[in-house]
Ligand binder design. Structure first.
Ligand code: 13P
Length: 251
């Protein structure tokens, strides 16, 4: 059985003091909810505080990006080793906002993924089509291609530490959600691609999340779908009650 993973992506929100208050409030609300793994991916400067605040709870902490080099002249970047040492367990790679606003390509997403896995981090790999691609009827080709390019050179053993987040770009922060059927179908296409690359057993094992305006109102229906094994949640992960409601929907 594959694990359901409910992860928050805080994006550029929350200071360290707000992080401490948030996790202190959230921890008792999600205590004992063991039918899913709970992850908060937070800004770099919040990670240390988040790790400390989450100690002894079932909340795991991650980062929102990672650089692919081990070290060197990359002003403003953060390495996988730095993330590990500060206590991050997970890292988001390839979020559409990184691809759109910061010029990331499947090539750099692939390099970041491999660097994070080599350092022992669990990767939440984001991919998904833009609106024009869905309207043109090429969603399946796009997500299949991204899956292949982003995972190039990742071994079957390393794949065990990869979660894929299917995030249709048109659904992110827009209030538009993919229908449960659309989410299920496209997560299914990604699973098929994994089967072609790594075999049926690996495809059955891998957690594939849906992300894009998931909230306390639509989580249950989305999570009920066969191929949807969790959620990557933006806006609704910034409120303890809403995030807890999504965790409850997974439990
Ligand atoms: P929203 O939940 O705010 O649409 O964001 C989704 C997302 O981008 C998660 O990575």
């Amino acid at each position: 059985m594959r694990r359901t993973v409910i992860a928050g992506n805080w994006k550029m929100n929350m200071t360290p003091s707000q992080t401490k208050a948030f996790i202190t409030e959230l921890a008792p609300m999600v205590a004992g909810k063991d039918k899913c793994d709970i992850v908060l991916c937070v800004p770099f400067v919040d990670i240390a505080t988040a790790v400390e605040a989450a100690k002894g709870s079932n909340i795991h902490i991650g980062a929102e990006n990672v650089h692919f080099a081990e070290s060197g002249a990359y002003t403003g970047e953060i390495s996988a080793k730095m993330l590990c040492e500060i206590g991050a367990e997970y890292v988001i790679v390839g979020h559409s906002e990184r691809r759109t606003y910061f010029g990331e390509t499947d090539e750099t997403v692939n390099l970041r993924t491999k660097a994070a896995l080599a350092a022992g981090l669990k990767v939440i790999l984001c991919l998904g089509e833009v609106k024009e691609q869905r309207l043109a009827g090429i969603t399946d080709e796009i997500v299949s291609m991204q899956t292949k390019l982003d995972l190039a050179g990742v071994s079957a053993e390393e794949l065990k530490n990869v979660i894929i987040a299917y995030e249709p770009v048109w659904a992110i922060g827009t209030g538009l959600t993919a229908t449960p059927e659309q989410a299920d179908e496209t997560c299914g296409v990604i699973r098929k691609t994994i089967a072609a690359l790594y075999g049926e057993a690996a495809a059955e094992q891998i957690t594939i999340q849906y992300g894009g305006s998931m909230n306390d109102g639509n989580a249950k229906e989305l999570l009920a779908k066969t191929h949807v094994d969790g959620g990557l949640i933006g806006g609704a992960s910034l409120k303890t009650d809403k995030f807890t409601a999504i965790v409850n929907a997974a439990n």
